[in-house]
Design a protein around this ligand. Structure first.
Ligand code: SF4
Length: 321
């Protein structure tokens, strides 16, 4: 039986679009629309999709950094969608985030020590020397030298800054980490180092990761399970090997065919995903992917396909299936 750490049910987050002199609501961006997800303890769920499909909003809503409009979030089987501010504050220790951009996510005015110890100062009353010991220990865990403690973010490379961001995220010993495009802005060689560090930390601290990226090669490398998102909806979810070897949803198939392959002998003509992502404010009727789908049928404009189990541990939302 699966040991589920985080679960969301019918999670919904719409953003109003206001226009005109009176700032009237002209429509809604359906960033997260009735999403169901389960995350197994100690595993990595890769969340993939094009820019603007709602990945980051979904993750931030799961962390309650953004308030959901409706639906339920469970953490360790406890509903956390409507808990008190105090309970939410305590929960923050257990759910943390590593941001995409290591250049903008660190305050340039703060030393590494202050950046990493902020959470510790809020949640644990430690003496100055104990705090410094903890920061040094965290620096060692993420592979930074002792003397980094009193330096400022601009003195570090992109990869080192991301290590600082990771040290900050694990300072309170969380069990759930959202990794929001954590390596997208780094060079390929540095990406590999950061990914290896994340593996080590997961192993050492039994961390559960929600790994967000638009890069399928990275998702393939890091994930135990993969969820594919399109315009606010999960359209396919499966264990890693199933999704990459037997993709079922037309969107997943095209995304995989469009992914560059490094090895020359394995290269095939690349598929092209036609058209831009439809605006999340003006969604087509029925299936949201129908305006770009090569297999669209009549029913696709009339009825929205439900996400359903098509094989053990493999779900997809398409009328073809
Ligand atoms: Fe394509 Fe129809 Fe399936 Fe949507 S439901 S992905 S339009 S075949």
């Amino acid at each position: 039986m699966k040991n589920i750490l985080v679960q969301v049910e019918a999670l919904k987050k719409y953003f109003p679009v206001k226009r005109g002199l009176l700032y009237k609501i002209a429509g809604w961006i359906k960033a997260v629309d009735q999403v169901n997800l389960e995350m197994e303890k100690g595993k990595t769920l890769g969340l993939v999709g094009e820019s603007g499909c709602g990945k980051t909003t979904l993750a931030r809503t799961m962390l309650r950094l953004i308030e959901p409009d409706s639906g339920e979030i469970y953490f360790r089987e406890q509903p956390i969608t409507r808990i008190s501010p105090q309970a939410l504050r305590n929960l923050r220790q257990d759910m943390q985030i590593v941001f995409q951009d290591p250049f903008n996510s660190l305050d340039p005015r703060f030393t590494v020590s202050r950046t990493i110890s902020e959470g510790l100062q809020v949640f644990q009353s430690l003496s100055k020397s104990k705090l410094a010991d903890q920061v040094r220990e965290l620096l060692a865990v993420v592979g930074l030298p002792d003397d980094a403690i009193n330096r400022y973010p601009h003195e570090f490379s992109g990869g080192q800054r991301q290590r600082i961001g990771i040290a900050r995220a694990i300072s309170l010993k969380p069990s759930f980490l959202v990794l929001d495009e954590p390596v997208s802005s780094l060079d390929v060689s540095v990406q590999a180092q950061i990914i290896n560090l994340l593996y080590e930390l997961q192993e050492r601290f039994a961390l559960t990761y929600l790994f967000i990226t638009h890069d399928l090669n990275i998702i393939r490398q890091v994930s135990d399970e993969v969820a594919v998102m399109y315009l606010g909806k999960i359209v396919e979810q499966a264990v890693n090997a199933d999704l990459f070897n037997r993709p079922q949803h037309p969107y997943t198939k095209i995304l995989l065919e469009a992914t560059p392959i490094a090895h020359p002998k394995e290269r095939k003509p690349r598929a092209i995903l036609k058209g831009e992502v439809t605006s999340a404010m003006h969604l087509p009727s029925g299936c949201r992917f129908r305006t770009r789908c090569p297999s669209a049928m009549d029913i696709c404009s009339r009825q929205e396909p439900a996400l359903k189990e098509i094989a053990p541990n493999h779900r997809a939302a398409c009328h073809l299936l």
